[in-house]
Structures are given as structure tokens and as C-alpha cells.
Design a protein around this ligand. Structure first.
Ligand code: 6PG
Length: 250
């Protein structure tokens, strides 16, 4: 994959500057989408990195600038846990953002994780996406992503079928994930790469080796799933801090 396909990289001084840049871009994309299409559809990322971004979006000036009444929130992936489990990505988003901004509750689409099997949950969420965007193919305005030390993103993990033999499904159930909890639900490459914009948020020295491998080593998405993210008609941006960028050839 050429450098261009690997997206644009912006290096920020530290995690705080990264979160501020992400808040600026989130807000600009939201205003642009609402101006063009009357709504902004975003898939939030799990993990810990987005927490500071969420806190900024829930605070002035961004809380007032984002047109929350026209924002529709989805999730890039979910741990197969009850929505009030502290390890749930939905629970983290609700605590840090969704409970602090005036977004109508029926505009937040959490993965179903109670009273369903993972397979049925994946099918149900895929149907939600397909119905929401019908009659066109699902095209999120923004997908926020992180990367793990093994190069995973969302819940697309190395050597797992979603990565080695991607299907046409929009959502899949993941079993025996190497990052706890083992059972998860994830948007697939098809859903992610159909987005108008994808922004990776990568912070900290612990990600430096992985970021270099993902961005500057030969393409092996089976081993480095984040390499499989390149929106077909959308923009790909990496917002990284100096600590995570420390090993990049610049
Ligand atoms: C999850 C996330 C996962 C995360 C990365 C980075 O459910 O765990 O979706 O893909 O984005 O593992 O996590 P941190 O931001 O905590 O480093």
C-alpha cells in the first residue's frame, strides 16, 4: 500500500494536543455533514484514548458548537457485555460524552449485548446500519479508531477471519479476541472503508513500535489489521502524539 493510501499523518505535541485537534476536526466534520446532508453520523471508538476527546466535546466551546440534535452515534466495536458493565464501550461513551451533551437518546445506536447471541447481535446491528442508510450503502461521516499493540483496530484482530478473509457483512461477532473480553462485536472493513472519513487516534510511547509497523512496514493486514483500513472514497487521517510517533521515519 502506498504512503498515500496509508493516509495523512499529523503529529501533535502530546495527548492533550491530540485530543484538542480531534475535537476541532470532529466539530468541523459535524458542521460540514449537517450543512451538506442535514445530519452527522459518527462511529465512536472504544478503549481509553477517546476519553479525553469525549471530555472536550462535552465542554465549551465544542459542546455548544456541535449540532448534537443532528448527530447520530454508532460504535466501531463493542465488548459483548451488558451496557452498564464498566468495560463496555457504550458505558464509557455514555459516561464521558453521551450523558453530557444534548443528543436525543434515540439517535444513539448501541450494539445489542443482552438477551441475544453474538451472531444475532451482529446481524441486528448490521440491519440497523443498512436500514438507517437505505437506500444507499452505509456511509458513516466519521469513524474514530484506535490501534492496539498487536495492530488491531476496532475488534479486528490479527489472523482472525474478519481480517484474513473479510466478508461482505457489515458487522461480525468476534470470539477468543486476544484483548479482553474475548467475545466482541465489530464493524467490518466493508463498513469502516465505506466511511467518508476515518480518524485514528494514537497516543503514547507504548504504541510507537506498532505505529511504525502499521504505517511504514510492508502491508500485511492479516498481521496488522489497522493496515486494512483505507476508505474507498473517504479521507484517512492519523492523529498521533510525539511519543507514539517516536519511531517513525519523518
Ligand atoms: C476496544 C477498542 C480497541 C481500542 C484499541 C486501543 O474495544 O478495545 O475498540 O480497538 O481502540 O485497543 O485502545 P486504547 O485507546 O485503550 O489504547
Amino acid at each position: 500500500m502506498s504512503g498515500l493510501e496509508r493516509g495523512k499523518i499529523i503529529v501533535l505535541e502530546d495527548g492533550e494536543a491530540l485530543a484538542h485537534e480531534a475535537a476541532r476536526r470532529f466539530t468541523a466534520l459535524a458542521l460540514g455533514a449537517c450543512a451538506e446532508r442535514g445530519r452527522f453520523c459518527v462511529a465512536l471508538s472504544g478503549g481509553s484514548t477517546p476519553r479525553r476527546l469525549h471530555a472536550l466535546l462535552a465542554s465549551p466551546p465544542w459542546r455548544e458548537e456541535v449540532p448534537w440534535e443532528r448527530v447520530f452515534v454508532f460504535f466501531g466495536d463493542e465488548r459483548f457485555l451488558p451496557p452498564d458493565d464498566p468495560e463496555s464501550n457504550y458505558a464509557m461513551a455514555r459516561e464521558t460524552l453521551l450523558s453530557r451533551v444534548p443528543i436525543p437518546p434515540d439517535q444513539v445506536f448501541a450494539f445489542p449485548t443482552v438477551g441475544v447471541t453474538p451472531e444475532d447481535a451482529a446481524r441486528e446491528y448490521a440491519e440497523t446500519l443498512a436500514e438507517f442508510f437505505a437506500p444507499t450503502a452505509p456511509a458513516l461521516d466519521l469513524v474514530l479508531l484506535g490501534i492496539g499493540g498487536d495492530g488491531h483496530t476496532a475488534s479486528l484482530f490479527p489472523e482472525k477471519p474478519q481480517v484474513t478473509t473479510p466478508s461482505e457483512a457489515l458487522v461480525e461477532a468476534v470470539y477468543d479476541a486476544p484483548k479482553a473480553p474475548p467475545t466482541r462485536l465489530t464493524l467490518t472493513y466493508r463498513a469502516i472503508n465505506g466511511a467518508r472519513a476515518v480518524i485514528f487516534l494514537v497516543s503514547g510511547r507504548g504504541k510507537a513500535e506498532t505505529l511504525r509497523a502499521v504505517l511504514q512496514k510492508p502491508t500485511h493486514p492479516g498481521q496488522l489489521p489497522a493496515q486494512g483500513v483505507h476508505p474507498h472514497d473517504g479521507a484517512l487521517l492519523w492523529l498521533v502524539d510525539e511519543a507514539a510517533a517516536g519511531l517513525l521515519n519523518r
